[in-house]
Ligand binder design. Structure first.
Ligand code: ADP
Ligand code: MG
Length: 330
């Protein structure tokens, strides 16, 4: 039976081949999360300035980012919707591509399901133009959604990674300008759909939950992404429950990071508001007042723009002040 063993951060993350028994990390572990760029916590004034500035876009555009996980139901689509809308709110142009063939749901999370008339399959068949298949968001005109195919449909034979490479090239040549971010919501699994989705990407966001099944799949996917030449892989740890971590019933973000050896883009707490917003078709980051998970997604979007990451650190004692921002170490 395959099992997982914590590895040092510098280690190659592909520990799937190591068949050593899984030794749970030493509990109890109390953790805080801190941004990696700041050695010491910023002052109140510095933080205010930080939130008033716009993040600086790093890297070449378009940034083609695949959001993947291996395991289903860990939060890929939720992450795509919320990071996508956050990027649009920060002023960047975004095209989100739902690559989940036959089981698409990004349109539902964004509340755009009634506006999807054409998909990429129809574009490739010559039934419509690409701009007719791109659905503009109601709230943010710099956010567009593209679905690969109609719900419950199957992909035509021969549809593969080349179709997405063509899509990225066509988006680059659009008269209105190339989008700054192309986010690809990857289907679960590691079969043809996964290979298709990762083909045009030059960076990846790996979503995982702090449980052993999700971690094993995440590690397998990391190996496959690296084989495909995607070196820039950051992870989001979703559905984190501090109460369970304290009760030694859940791995901490630090444990997850040590196991996968990936840079941390964000840690998203388990939040009932996520489910509410999913059912309402209203991305969580637009909620007023903001929720913990919404803020965590916004911060992850900020780090994605700046190609920054955060660090989960271990502290000896619990922080004395426990406010809204204590989860993020702020
Ligand atoms: P995937 O795309 O990986 O299959 P989804 O994004 O569709 O996963 O999420 C699966 C379910 O988990 C959804 O019902 C969603 O509302 C819920 N969910 C995702 N993230 C969270 C969270 N942080 N807190 C609570 N529920 C969440
Ligand atoms: Mg999904």
């Amino acid at each position: 039976m395959l099992s997982l063993k914590p590895l040092p951060l510098s280690h190659n993350p592909s520990f799937l081949h190591s068949l050593t028994p899984f030794t749970p990390p030493p509990f109890p572990r109390t953790q805080t999360l801190k941004p990696s760029k700041h050695a010491s916590p910023p002052s109140a004034i510095q933080s205010a300035l930080q939130w008033n500035r716009k993040p600086e876009l790093a890297g070449e555009t378009p940034r083609v980012v695949v959001i993947t996980s291996g395991k289903g139901g860990v939060g890929k689509t939720t992450t795509t919707a919320n990071i996508g809308i956050s990027l649009a709110r920060l002023g960047f142009s975004v095209v989100a591509v739902d690559c989940d063939v036959g089981l698409r749901n990004l349109d539902l999370l964004l509340g755009l399901e009634n506006r999807v008339n054409y998909t990429l399959v129809e574009v490739l068949n010559g039934d419509c133009r690409l701009d007719q298949a791109l659905v503009r968001d109601k709230r943010w005109s710099n956010f567009e959604l593209l679905c690969i195919s109609k719900p419950r449909s199957k992909l035509p034979l021969g549809f593969g990674g080349k179709a997405l490479v063509w899509l990225v090239d066509s988006l680059k040549q659009r008269p209105e300008g190339c989008p700054q971010f192309i986010l690809i919501d990857c289907p679960a699994g590691i079969d043809a759909g996964f290979i298709t989705a990762i083909t045009p990407a030059n960076e990846a966001v790996l979503v995982t939950t702090p449980d052993i099944t999700s971690l094993r799949d995440a590690d397998r996917v990391t190996g496959l992404l690296e084989c495909d030449g995607i070196r820039d892989i950051k992870m989001i740890v979703n559905r984190v429950r501090t109460d369970m971590i304290k009760g030694e019933d859940m791995m901490s973000v630090l444990d997850v990071q040590e196991m996968l050896g990936l840079a941390l883009l964000g840690a998203i707490p388990e939040d009932l508001e996520v489910i509410r917003s999913t059912n309402r078709g209203y991305p969580l980051v637009l909620n007023k007042p903001p929720t913990l998970a919404g803020l965590a997604f916004e911060q992850a979007a900020w780090r994605l723009v700046e190609q920054d990451s955060m660090q989960a650190v271990l502290v000896e004692e619990e922080p004395k002040r426990r406010g809204l921002f204590s989860f993020f170490g702020g």
